[in-house]
Design a binder for this molecule. Sequence first.
Ligand SMILES: Cc1ncc(COP(=O)(O)O)c(C=O)c1O
Length: 397
Amino acid sequence: MEYTKFMSDRVKTMKGSAIREMFKRMADPEIISLAGGNPAAELFPGEELSKIAGKILMTSPTLALQYGTTDGYPAMRECAKKRAEKVNSVTDDDAILIMTGANQGIDLTAKAILNKGDKIVVESPSFIGSLNAFRTYEAQLVGVTVEDDGMSMEGLEEVLKNDSSIKIIYTIPTFQNPTGTTMSLTKRERMVELASKYDVLILEDNPYGDLRFSGEELPTLKSLDKEGRVIYAGSFSKILSPGMRLGYLVAPKALAEKIEVLKQVNDVHTPMLTQLMCVEFMKKYNIDDYIAKNCELYGRKCECMVESMKKYFPEGKVKWVVPEGGIFLWCECPTITDITPIVDRCLEKKVAIVPGSNFAVDMNAPSNMFRLNYSSATLEKIEEGVKRLGEVLSEML
Ligand SMILES: Cc1ncc(COP(=O)(O)O)c(C=O)c1O
């Protein structure tokens, strides 16, 4: 049976994430994955959460098992507000919506804003989950290069100046996925200025902002914005658990109202059980202590990865920027044009890395870059994985 003819135009040419595809091969226990974006499982508060879940189901089964409200359980909205207020000024003009992961917040924001053919500025490279969300609404992605200190502001102004039809900029300013880079304060201020000058919105995606292990804290774009142009997406995935699927949006009320209707259609509401578990966890424990433990571990893992890269990568053949937080390290091999044969050879050597093309606006163009993740593997596996990768790079570069 031929199914392509039944498919909508919007999905026909879409490609899934190479990372998700790799997950299917990860059943082989000998493969060391430096590919995914998983937080460190060794720190999950499993015991605490299992007790909390048991208590909720014993004492409040109706609340946990019944339908909930679309904008989120009120106490969970308070928890999200607390997290958001740590880095933002949440005003009376903002609404907080609990989302089934930040992913859903990004998807529904795109759905609320983008008509077919509308243009959205994105960092090049950027997070494939968001790029694919924008693609499903048949938006045109306009890529602007990410430099070591964030999106190029000359590039952004050039694009905005020449195209008055652009509605929104999507950015991950802190510990960007995939590059691990952080936008400088000057660029943050400039981006907010440019958004105002050219009358566009900004979707600020900040799932990694809490995971700083070195350098200075920087203000979010939302905190710099005085005109209500920034929609802010936050997540509990990297600070508590991605499997609980908890994220949130802080959005101007007029937009939030529409996004809430879209969420009703999409999944009615985020599961009550995980919302209640998060609320109880935040009541009983200091989540910042838990986050601090994660940061300390990620700092050590990042250092281990960088030291292993220095030790095992062929000298002068690979360029990278050391991140100050988050979970990713981005590498470039300037002497080649296409990393694909190296990625394939790595899989034969049982180490998984993600090719740069996965994060590109044009996924068919060859890329000489790859992304490494240091949060999920153990220190021993990081060193062994980088050693295997180094052997492949030495053989093929
Ligand atoms: C930049 C970025 N935004 C959003 C998400 C999705 O987060 P969530 O698990 O909250 O849906 C991810 C997940 O990897 C991400 O890297």
